[in-house]
Design a protein around this ligand. Structure first.
Ligand SMILES: [Zn+2]
Length: 103
């Protein structure tokens, strides 16, 4: 683990299950990072929990299946909102954009 050193595989899995991920593209030749996404991705376990809990987009009347929705921070991440089940909900792209565009 960067800044710490080797950790047991079980600890790495436990940390990864709770982590928020960013996509990092690397050069296939030298392995150097070439792009880092601004978008954050909840850990797979958290995504499965939210898709199961929400079932559909949480906007009233919207039936888009949660597995095709964005996972949106209720309290924005940039304002200190945690990436946890209690602060995330499924919104389809249309309703996610409407929220952020003031719609
Ligand atoms: Zn929707």
């Amino acid at each position: 683990m960067a800044g710490y050193g080797p950790i047991p595989a079980a600890t790495a899995r436990e940390l990864a299950a709770e982590a928020t991920w960013r996509r990092i593209l690397t050069d296939p030749v030298d392995g150097q990072p070439v792009a880092v996404s601004h978008r954050r991705f909840p850990a797979p376990g958290l995504s499965r929990l939210l898709h199961t809990r929400d079932r559909t987009c949480r906007f009233p009347g919207c039936r888009k299946p949660a597995r095709f929705c964005d996972l949106n921070h209720v309290r924005p991440y940039t304002d200190g909102g945690p990436t946890t089940a209690g602060n995330l909900l499924a919104l389809c792209r249309r309703h996610h954009r409407a929220k952020h565009d003031g719609g």
